[in-house]
Design a protein around this ligand. Structure first.
Ligand code: ASP
Length: 330
């Protein structure tokens, strides 16, 4: 790792300076456990992977009215799940190699409650099914047909999630694609969202249709608590997008929250999370991973392998879309 460099995108040059103050804030927070909540009470904020203004606006609407972070992230990511122009989440998502749209999602609240669905078909809002798993079952995770049956029992309508556009693209992909079990690098982008509400509580949600044209049955990081999402109300929260296999084997989001617990700022923690993945891949970086994180004080961080990842925040200071700092191989 010594010879490799982390290069920061232009426009974020001040981040180093910010990081120093974040470290100090974190250290103070560790000493005075009650302080961050008090600061938070004045500063609700939502952050999401990618440029999803409708999702963050919706989430902010909930926070601004005094709603919970849990409602905020659920309502926020539902915007993308319902948007058929977003082909990586919910209805309109790209299918697996057999033409089936299969969805993964999870949600986690400030008390450490969590729910998740994997390989869910025919239901537009997996995040809301995940919330039902969390709130109305003794379990954390439901999969496949069982998850679908549960959703229907809870009143969710079944519908075909494969849009004409995604179907046509899949048919075109099949003309040239080799049907072999490799991790593909085709289009994929999970929506992960983290929020702090006016009470200073944190929650997060993560939803995806997974890697486009994946092998039927494949599940990535996004519905796995600790990998695609993790929330610890004493410390902060993190979520991931990109090649899920890499995030799973580093337990990425949990790692980032633990690094924040040890005093790292959200930015430093995301950079370290990416560094671990780079290390495991011994320099081979032909894939994308992006992490976002937030700490108890509402400070945020983001970092990715490969430029091109952006994140969106919404707070009382307004609505911004920011290109993430990225690792550029030396
Ligand atoms: N993390 C998702 C998965 O591996 C895909 C993505 O975010 O691009 O299923």
């Amino acid at each position: 790792m010594k010879r490799r460099k982390f290069v920061k995108n232009s426009g974020l040059g001040a981040a180093g300076i910010i990081s120093a103050s974040l470290v100090n804030s974190c250290a103070e927070a560790t000493e005075k456990k009650d302080a961050p909540a008090a600061i938070n009470a004045l500063k609700p904020i939502v952050i999401a992977t990618w440029d999803v203004p409708n999702a963050t606006a919706k989430a902010w609407e909930v926070l601004d009215k005094g709603g919970s972070a849990l409602d905020s992230v659920e309502q926020g990511v539902r915007m993308e799940e319902a948007d058929i122009s977003n082909q990586s989440v919910g209805k309109g998502g790209r299918p697996d190699r057999d033409g089936n749209v299969t969805l993964d999602a999870c949600i986690m609240d400030h008390q450490g409650n969590c729910g998740s669905v994997v390989y869910l078909q025919n239901i537009v809002h997996p995040v809301s099914v995940a919330r039902k798993v969390m709130e109305e079952t003794p379990h954390v995770m439901l999969a496949g047909k069982g998850a679908e049956k549960f959703a229907v029992e809870k009143g969710f309508q079944k519908e075909n999630l494969l849009t004409d556009k995604s179907k046509l693209e899949w048919e075109k992909w099949k003309e040239t694609a080799e049907y072999k079990p490799i991790i593909n690098i085709e289009n994929h982008d999970t929506i992960g969202m983290l929020a702090i509400d006016q009470a200073g509580n944190l929650s997060g949600a993560c939803t995806t249709s997974g890697m486009a044209y994946k092998i039927a049955g494949r599940v990535g990081d996004s519905p796995i608590i600790g990998a695609g999402l993790f929330v610890d109300n004493e410390v902060g929260a993190a979520t991931a997008t990109g090649v899920g296999e890499e995030v799973v084997r580093t337990v990425g989001s949990f790692l980032i929250v633990e690094l924040m617990r040890q005093g790292k700022s959200p930015q430093q923690a995301c950079e370290e999370g990416v560094r671990r993945i780079i290390e495991k891949n011994k320099g081979k970086l032909d894939f994308q991973i992006g992490f976002i994180a937030i700490n108890k004080e509402g400070q945020v961080g983001a970092y990715c392998i490969q430029p091109g990842f952006t994140y969106r925040t919404y707070s009382s200071e307004g609505h911004t879309n920011t290109p993430s700092m990225s690792h550029i191989p030396a």
